[in-house]
Design a protein around this ligand. Structure first.
Ligand SMILES: Nc1ncnc2c1ncn2[C@@H]1O[C@H](COP(=O)(O)OP(=O)(O)OP(=O)(O)O)[C@@H](O)[C@H]1O
Ligand SMILES: [Mg+2]
Length: 352
């Protein structure tokens, strides 16, 4: 089971909560502003070292306090791991199994998770950055060398941009580095999207009832090599002092029902399409890691009709992930068997 025991102190409205999770089904219900999202956000923070709402970390500290602490015991490859995250004026302190001073990659490895919340539609309707991050999350878990490769690429991009701003001094050397690393990043991403395609198509069709297509866009002109693309754009790059083409501009093009999805589908359909992407990614990563992930569903009923909600839950439960879901009332979400149920009120959690 991904998370067994969880504690949060002074995180948003949560003064001090302890939560013993069920290995599969967990329901947290409570009125508006009771603390449901705060609890899921705290759980997600433990696995990511950042907020899923992209809220600045300082705003997550409970008003009037100086720091928050999060602690969890998570099962990972047959052993129980202790994970701790604390925030103070000195910054973020991450500990896994007593080892201090770690980065957020250690959290992602110890507690892999995905989130479907009322903002999930932005994966479809928002800009390409969210979709790149989505794909890179899968790559991080499936291809062990991806994180190192990505960091090297980012460094080469930064250096190339610095050379462009310096009137092109030393540009040729950075071009070579940028192209070589950029093409590697591109190859990994393409192979990851290929690996995910059948899961994504299945999830998409199950949730939307029509075929959904996912195509990788490399971030430079189709049919050209990266070297050709940056040579073509050299003058413009020099004027702008920034590299206009490359994997940092990549995207996933979504096609639903012959329409380019992000512009032409309704909010509810965007939510279903984005959820199908989350579920497909969860399925692929679970199978690569050979263990279930923690799947956080914040108010899944929002914006969905009863039929769509049922289809979403059916797909969610079929994954065998550890599900932690929130709702306004205890009977809104139908679980396959009765979940561990918690009531939240004024930031306090009670097992029902
Ligand atoms: N840093 C903070 N310190 C104290 N309280 C906070 C902090 N950040 C947010 N809150 C408050 O926590 C309360 C609970 O918010 P939360 O988003 O968890 O509610 P919720 O149960 O998810 O509500 P909804 O059903 O409307 O989604 C809100 O009243 C919010 O203003
Ligand atoms: Mg909420």
């Amino acid at each position: 089971m991904p998370i067994q025991l969880f504690r949060a102190e002074n995180f948003r409205c949560l003064e001090s909560v302890e939560f013993e999770a069920d290995r599969q089904f967990n329901l947290i219900y409570g009125a508006n502003a009771s603390g449901k999202t705060s609890l899921l956000e705290a759980l997600a923070y433990l696995g990511r070292g950042k907020s899923f709402r992209s809220a600045p970390t300082a705003s997550l500290i409970r008003h009037g306090e100086g720091s928050f602490t999060l602690f969890g015991k998570a099962e990972n490859g047959g052993r129980l791991r202790s994970i701790g995250v604390g925030n103070s004026s000195e910054g973020l302190e991450i500990r896994v199994d007593g080892e201090a001073g770690l980065g957020s990659a250690a959290l992602a490895e110890a507690l892999p998770l995905q989130v479907i919340d009322p903002e999930v539609h932005s994966l479809v309707s928002g800009g390409p950055e969210g979709r790149r991050r989505y794909l890179d999350w899968i790559a991080f878990h499936v291809e062990h060398e991806f994180l190192g490769l990505w960091r090297q690429f980012r460094r080469a991009l930064k250096q190339r941009n610095a050379a462009l701003r310096d009137g092109g001094r030393g540009l040729a050397a950075w071009d070579t580095e940028f192209v070589s690393l950029g093409e590697k990043v591109d190859r990994v991403r393409r192979s990851i999207l290929d690996l995910c395609t059948s899961s994504l198509e299945e999830q998409g069709e199950a949730l939307l009832g029509a075929p959904v297509g996912f195509e990788y866009r490399s971030g430079w002109t189709e049919g050209k090599s990266l070297a050709e693309a940056i040579a073509d754009a050299r003058e413009r790059d020099l004027t702008q002092g920034a590299t206009g083409a490359g994997p940092h501009r990549a995207d996933i093009r979504l096609v639903y029902d012959d329409r380019q999805a992000r512009r032409l589908v309704s909010r509810g359909q965007q939510k279903l399409l984005a959820s199908s992407m989350i579920l497909g990614a969860t399925e692929v990563v679970q199978s690569a890691l050979e263990r279930p992930l923690m799947l956080l569903l914040d108010d899944p009923a929002a914006e969905l009709d009863q039929d769509s909600l049922s289809r979403l839950l059916l797909q969610v439960f079929a994954l065998g992930s550890q599900v932690i879901a929130t709702a306004l009332e205890p009977n809104v979400l139908e679980f396959p068997e009765s979940p561990a149920t918690f009531h939240v009120e004024h930031g306090r959690l009670t097992r029902v």
